[in-house]
Design a binder for this molecule. Structure first.
Ligand SMILES: NC(=O)c1ccc[n+]([C@@H]2O[C@H](COP(=O)([O-])OP(=O)(O)OC[C@H]3O[C@@H](n4cnc5c(N)ncnc54)[C@H](OP(=O)(O)O)[C@@H]3O)[C@@H](O)[C@H]2O)c1
Length: 240
């Protein structure tokens, strides 16, 4: 029988991919969810990581994902909710309404339904409860105005962290990690990048590894639940 699995959502690229790769390197049994098939996720599959495709558009696609997931494993050590969509709110209210539903499905509904289904299947160690980790954003507390819908749904996920920390204790710890920013998005211009770095006290684009180190510290620590850890080089202190 294999060890309890760690599910990572949105593991096809960038931070989610890095988290899945590092957990695998550290000897965990990983199930990597992806939406778009990438060479990197195929390479992970060749190394023995189980991969599962789903587009978290609505409750139907999420329930279908869960039905497939529980055929791969019924024993989980942790769930890392990393899948996310990122865009400014469209000025057209009809497009903004569709965006709201899209962001809600990925940032709030999918984590909620996945956590609810896996709660009974999450087992920790003798002296260390299981883990649910929500990857949020420093925008949950201090949003950039043009990203109001993105930020509001990330704030919803941050709030869900608190409810579930209460509900799922003492068997499961539930925490959030709030990056901001650690990897620039392709759409960030040079000017935007320089402005973000100017607001970041540690003056660097931190990269995906600091997010992984925060995950590892939560997995290893048996007495932390219901918190949000900013991984932001101090940007939340100066961000306008
Ligand atoms: N990068 C940063 O500096 C930063 C800053 C603050 C917060 N964060 C948070 O950190 C996490 C990772 O960031 P990132 O920059 O690596 O994100 P990213 O590049 O936008 O990747 C997001 C992942 O989620 C998947 N995804 C998107 N829409 C989906 C859907 N409808 N159903 C299922 N999966 C979907 C993507 O799949 P596809 O490849 O198919 O699109 C991708 O694998 C996110 O939660 C993000 O909000 C990141």
């Amino acid at each position: 029988m294999s060890d309890p699995a760690i599910l990572v959502t949105g593991a096809g690229r960038r931070i989610g991919l890095h988290i899945a790769q590092r957990l695998h390197q550290d000897g965990h049994t990983v199930i990597a969810h992806y939406r778009t098939l990438t060479a990197e996720i195929e390479a992970l599959a060749k190394q023995g990581v189980r991969i599962l495709q789903a587009d978290f558009t609505d409750s139907d696609t999420i329930f279908s994902f869960l039905d497939q997931l529980t055929t791969l494993s019924t024993d989980f050590r942790a769930v890392i909710h990393n899948a996310s969509a990122f865009a400014p709110t469209d000025p057209d209210p009809i497009i903004a309404a569709a965006q709201y539903q899209h962001f809600f499905a990925i940032h709030m509904l999918a984590p909620y339904l996945i956590n609810q289904r896996l709660q009974a299947h999450l087992t920790g160690e003798a002296d260390n409860p299981a883990d649910i980790i929500h990857i949020t954003d420093i925008n949950a507390d201090n949003p950039t105005a043009q990203f109001d819908i993105y930020s509001a749904t990330k704030a919803g996920l941050q709030n869900l962290t608190l409810s579930l920390a209460k509900q799922y204790a003492p068997e499961i710890k539930v925490n959030a990690i709030a990056p901001g920013p650690v990897l620039f998005a392709p759409q960030h211009s040079d000017t935007t990048r320089q402005a973000m770095l100017a607001e970041t006290y540690l003056r660097e684009e931190g990269g995906a590894e600091p997010v992984y180190l925060a995950i590892k510290s939560l997995l290893d620590n048996p007495f932390i639940t219901g918190i949000s850890i900013p991984v932001d080089g101090g940007r939340r202190l100066s961000k306008r």
